[in-house]
Design a binder for this molecule. Structure first.
Ligand SMILES: *Cc1c(COP(=O)(O)O)cnc(C)c1O
Length: 502
């Protein structure tokens, strides 16, 4: 097995091993760790991979990226993370639903918290604690998370009661769904801390980034045998597991006879931080036959403009939408894409990220913009279009989808209309509709205002024709365990208080 080392997108640190990159989360120069090379599969190797079950496929792909992990260890971790039926409630882990018009939903929400983040965050704690052993680090790990709703809960579930870890989650007080909020404030576990922040997701994310960059605080932690790490998708340990399901989804299409092995597919992804779609791009670079990557945004359409023009400009109105996990104006993982497209010119990436920090915008050069446009289509769905799409898919395909997935389908439909490209498409279905009861039922014309959340769950169950996920049904009987609220300026102090190092 070839050793895979990791470098920073900003070029300011020495290459390190995967375990070190996962343990650190973010590079010391502010950049994101990325593998020095992207591994490749030949068509012959792919033929073999496409016969694997999810666990074996994940072990194989991850072992290419995480070369300093023992592959039998990886296999154990993968089995524990994606165990059926305890962890995932579908034996295929990420099954497919068929819509009309060669559109296939890749359902990524069968894990314990009902969003795609589980695919990464059920595995990350295993990768992280193993990384501590591999790098011989005896500090207690403090996972800091800023969440737009789904990451926080998935990280809490992944890390709860994991020895040697504490987890602190900040969520924006406005802008998560009622189910998402309940999932977090009722979180159990002896090492879990949940705080709501006055502000939006970007405020929470900036606050967390600031805490990560605070040298004084890092020093204080280290004196107390503590060290920060990140469970946001800036951590490579979160991104790598997400590559797997694109290969698996493709293999399911082959098994169902929807495509022949080797045929191209398009992939459409409802996008916020650019993590999930970046994983699809990496799958393509590894040899998965993919034609176009469709990057779907909601009203916060900063990525749509970027893909069309090469100009990234976050100086715009922030919208709170019914697809809250995509209400993001700073898409952190785009930095990795820029690195890949600028031929390893980390100086460019550094300059762009610096401009983003200082003035909120940057313009990539024409060649880079052109290369990105060849691979990606960017589009967005308004709130009205998202709602109409939920209704349309229900009427035409008898499928119930959540608002994020609806954004993905809507933008894909726009793409197909514009381009006439009829290649079969895998559309990432990123959350269970049950997480967004009132938006989904409202879109279907049901009366929702003033109706109890748990009655809504039951109402939706009748329409969906599949059961309320057990973890959501249970919320009704759970006590609120986390009540802390803070201003965004207070986040650092709150962390110190929680850790008892103030
Ligand atoms: C996180 C999330 C997204 C956005 O994914 P990114 O990796 O941040 O682009 C989309 N939909 C849902 C339901 C999510 O939880």
């Amino acid at each position: 097995m070839i050793q895979m080392d990791y470098v920073s997108t900003r070029g300011g640190v020495e290459a390190i091993k995967a375990s070190e990159a996962i343990r650190l989360g973010i590079a010391g120069d502010g950049g994101l760790f990325t593998p020095q090379e992207i591994p490749q599969y030949s068509p012959q190797e792919l033929q073999v991979l496409f016969r694997y079950n999810y666990h074996d496929l994940a072990t194989q792909i991850l072992s290419r990226f995480l070369s300093d992990y023992d592959s039998s260890d990886l296999q154990k971790m993968v089995r524990a993370a994606y165990f059926y039926p305890d962890k995932f409630d579908d034996p295929e882990v990420t099954p497919i639903r068929i819509l009309s018009g060669k559109r296939y939903l890749l359902d990524l929400w069968h894990g314990p918290t009902c969003a795609f983040k589980d695919l990464a965050l059920q595995l990350l704690p295993h990768l992280m604690t193993k990384a501590s052993q591999l790098v011989n680090d005896h500090n207690e790990i403090v996972i800091l998370v800023a969440t737009s709703g789904d990451t926080g809960k998935a990280a809490l579930e992944g890390f709860k009661n994991v020895p040697g870890t504490q987890i602190v989650v900040f969520f924006p007080e406005q802008g998560v769904s009622e189910i998402q909020r309940l999932q977090m404030v009722t979180q159990e576990g002896n090492n879990t801390h949940v705080v709501s922040v006055h502000g939006n997701f970007d405020d929470a994310q900036s606050g967390v980034k600031q805490i990560f960059g605070d040298q004084g605080l890092a020093e204080k932690l280290s004196q107390n045998n503590l060290a920060f790490s990140s469970a946001n998708s800036i951590n490579w340990g979160r991104l790598a597991p997400q590559i797997v399901y694109y290969f698996y989804g493709y293999s399911l299409l082959c098994r169902k006879g929807a495509i022949q092995t080797g045929d191209k597919v398009n992939i459409a992804v409802p996008t916020g931080n650019f993590g999930n779609i970046l994983a699809a791009y990496i799958a393509k670079r590894m040899g998965l036959p993919v034609h176009k990557l469709i990057c779907a945004s909601n009203a916060n359409n900063v990525l749509t403009d970027f893909i069309k023009s090469g100009c990234y400009d976050r100086n715009r109105k922030f919208y709170t939408t019914i697809s809250p996990s995509m209400d993001i104006l700073i898409s952190s993982n785009l930095e990795r894409l820029l690195y890949y497209f600028s031929e390893g010119e980390s100086q460019w990436v550094k300059d762009w990220m610096n401009q983003l920090k200082v003035s909120g915008c940057y313009q990539v050069n024409g060649l880079t913009a052109e290369k990105i446009k060849q691979q990606f289509y960017g589009g967005y769905a308004s709130e009205a279009q998202t709602i109409a799409q939920i209704r349309k898919v229900y009427q035409e395909d008898q499928a119930i989808i959540d608002p994020h997935t609806a954004v993905g389908i809507e933008v894909y439909d726009q793409y197909r209309k514009e381009s006439g490209d009829l290649t079969p498409v895998l559309i990432a279905s990123t959350a269970s509709p049950f997480k967004f009861n009132s938006s989904v039922l409202g879109a279907l014309g049901e009366q929702v205002t003033g109706v109890n959340e748990f009655l809504l769950l039951e109402k939706l169950e009748k329409k969906a024709g599949f059961k309320i996920p057990a973890s959501l049904a249970e919320l009704a009987g759970k006590a609120v365990r986390h009540r802390e609220v803070c201003q965004k300026e207070e986040m650092g102090a709150v962390v110190e208080k929680i850790l008892g190092i103030k």
